[in-house]
Design a binder for this molecule. Structure first.
Ligand code: SF4
Length: 389
């Protein structure tokens, strides 16, 4: 075990170049079949506008907060992944949902929308490295281990929204729940009212931060399951004493912020408020002044006093947008180096134009569908989240 406060982080998986090969085990690196317009085409904005107008109410464009400005300008609604999926479900009249986000988000939209609606991801290479860190076969193996050791009956699986439909389906089949970064505490309280242990997927940091900072569990009660090690790298004794069995996954964007970033920001700007997402490492969250979901970060900045200074630890597109929207406040990125979500950034204006023009032409590009069996159980886990007290 690492000493208290020290968190071990796995290295970021290598991203395949766009259009160069397939990785069947992953959401990443999938060939994109489009005949894309050149990024330098000066008519892209006009083409996107014209295609959207031609489609009218038949199309509804969702834009995740971490998307580029060039894409966000065409979003009918912006939000985090769950808000966007619900917005899509609230518009049954929209035949096409164009999801400017990543693959697991489009899957959730497909699960929550009607059969008649088609969900389109403008670039199939827009996966999520965190979602890729928990593959169904690995999770089933971990569950078998818990069954063999006699712990499965006293364990409830909880998965973060940022996971594949397969993982949400697994959780639904095993009487668990989905959570977001806004309701993780309530989801864990519900789970612990029904079981002694939680298997938390796939983000170790959200699980650990919520369990330790909001529910008062100790570092020793939060053990790390590594799918690449025999028995997850855990002894029977560690499993027996665990309340939280944390999957070894993390967000490659939020996992980059370090304690040094926090200390450096405080040195550079005395009195700065440090505001971070709970996907950040435990030592970063502990050192911050404010911690919360993307929506919480936006609301906190909106409510901040003019003249106040903020170092924000979340995706750079969002931080830049907040800085532009609030020139009366000093808003800076917590890290000194650039830190976009590389997969989110794969959705650019050429891909959006291509997807919209394909729809105008009567073709449905890059449709994301979840098989009915998986969708059924994923919906069970999502409904359980909506029913949380
Ligand atoms: S910001 Fe992190 S969790 Fe969100 S899509 Fe990118 S890699 Fe995944």
């Amino acid at each position: 075990m690492l000493p208290r406060g020290m968190i071990e982080v796995v290295s970021t998986p290598v991203l395949l170049l766009l259009g160069r090969g397939k990785d069947p085990e992953s959401e990443r690196g999938v060939d994109c079949p489009g005949d894309l317009p050149a990024p330098s085409d000066p008519g892209l904005v006009e083409r996107a506008r014209a295609a959207k107008e031609a489609l009218g109410d038949r199309v509804f464009v969702l834009g995740h907060h971490y998307q580029r400005d060039e894409v966000i300008q065409f979003a009918d609604v912006t939000g985090d992944s769950f808000k966007l999926a619900r917005e899509a479900a609230a518009r049954p009249g929209a035949e096409f949902i164009v999801f400017c986000g990543v693959h697991f988000m489009a899957e959730s939209a497909d699960i929550l929308t009607s059969e008649a609606q088609k969900v389109v991801l403008p670039d199939l290479a827009a996966g999520c490295s965190m979602a890729d860190m928990a593959v169904l076969a690995q999770v089933e193996k971990a569950w078998e281990l818990l069954q063999d050791k006699g712990f499965a009956d006293s364990t409830i699986p909880v998965t973060y929204m940022n996971s594949s439909a397969d993982i949400k389906g697994f959780v639904g089949r095993n009487k668990g729940v989905v959570c977001t970064s806004s309701n993780a505490k309530r989801a864990l309280e519900w789970a612990f009212s029904h079981a002694e242990k939680v298997l938390f997927l796939p983000d170790q940091h959200l699980g650990r931060n919520t369990a330790m900072l909001e529910l008062g569990y100790s570092a020793q009660e939060c053990v790390l399951y590594d799918p690449h090690k025999p028995n997850g790298g855990l002894t029977d004794e560690q499993l027996r004493g665990a309340k939280m069995i944390l999957w070894r996954g993390h967000c490659s964007v939020h996992g980059r912020f370090t304690l040094e970033c926090v200390n450096d920001a405080r040195e550079r700007v005395p009195g700065v408020n440090v505001l971070v997402h709970p996907e950040c490492r435990h030592e970063v969250v502990t050192a911050a002044d404010y911690v919360g979901s993307t929506e919480y970060i936006i609301k906190t900045i909106e409510a901040a006093q003019p003249g106040s200074a903020w170092a924000v630890g979340t995706e750079l597109n969002l931080v830049r947008r907040l800085a532009n929207a609030h020139p009366d406040k000093q808003i800076m990125f917590l890290d000194k180096t650039v830190c976009y979500c590389s997969t989110m950034n794969r959705i650019d204006l050429p891909h959006l134009v291509w997807a919209l023009e394909e729809l105008v032409a009567g073709r449905v590009p890059n449709q994301i569908t979840v098989d009915p069996g998986t969708a059924h159980y994923a919906r069970v886990a999502l409904d359980q989240m909506l029913a949380l007290p």
